[in-house]
Ligand binder design. Sequence first.
Ligand code: NAD
Ligand code: TYD
Length: 337
Amino acid sequence: MAKTILITGGAGFIGSNFIRYILNESEAVVVNLDALTYAGNLENLADIEQNPRYKFVHGRIENRELVLHVCKQFNVEGIINFAAESHVDRSIIDAQPFVDTNITGTLVLMNVARELGLEKFVQVSTDEVYGSLGEQGEFTEDSQIAPNSPYSAAKSAADGFVRSFVHTYNFPAVITRCSNNYGAFQFPEKLIPLMILNALEGKQLPVYGDGKNIRDWIDVRDHSSAVWLAYNNGKNGEVYNIGAESERQNIEVVRAILALTGKREELITYVKDRPGHDRRYAIDSTKIRQELGWKPTVNFEDGLEQTVQWYRDNAEWCARVRSGEYMKYYQKQYEFR
Ligand code: NAD
Ligand code: TYD
């Protein structure tokens, strides 16, 4: 019989791409548990909502009774935890929701998984738990955990709980730590979709600080294939870094977006830096490549071009996700910069 997997946060950017990926690539049945926060949008899954192998449940991962009920009702084999508060700038304004979802929520999911004896738990974490790099070097799985933002502090705490469950209870978990994702359905508060939409609309492009901070970019479809491998073949207790060797300065990314949208450099506006802004991220993903045979398939320039095209083709989606709550946040975030 096909296995049933609980995907949390499946209505968000990476979760929705992941669900699409595994429905295409496997026979698995997917139960998507999502609270539908400002970042969760069922429209992201409109093309698969009729798929008989897909079920949606509205709710929070901190809700133990609900998680227990869902796991029992659908006879869930394992859990892949994407649900999170995910935006660093929001965590700087208020860290509490990050503690609630990213830490407490993860703990609740693991307690239920343990109680029911589920077979696998994948914690989708981030390279940001390793802090910031200087000009040289890359994060390996053995790099020191040194979070610098409230977001990465909450993700690190969750990783610590996962590690402790493996160590203490022999809990069957793996942790994946991926670099910055881009692609379709990313909420336009993150660098790439924000800059694409502003450029398409001829608005200013707010670059923090000197624009020379470096992020290591990966197409969300490549992240999805790596997480799926980690679920199926990852060794319990292991951490797997995921990255596509695509380091770029923010200003290079912004210039590439201007070129792809045919807009002028004058739209670039340097604004006040993010407090505690990490300078550079770079991932060494040798381990997942060698041990699980993973490799990325999309190079950054092609992926960025496809992403720009996706935002051009999905203007209505963009208009809808940018209404209401998000616009209030946008004003608060940028009016003083
Ligand atoms: P996102 O903000 O787009 O989506 C998060 C989803 O989680 C939303 O659908 C939201 O409704 C849901 N959610 C939030 N709180 C919840 C709760 N308490 N209960 C149930 N659902 C809840 O985030 P994303 O960019 O898709 O990131 C997904 C995961 O990947 C996160 O764990 C994040 O830390 C990790 N990650 C993201 C990146 C990146 O570049 N975006 C890189 C590495 C790792
Ligand atoms: P972001 O997409 O928020 O991801 P993260 O902080 O998790 O890496 O930001 C990516 C980079 O882009 C980061 O160095 C901050 C910078 N940035 C800007 O310069 N301007 C912006 O408006 C945003 C949202 C980010």
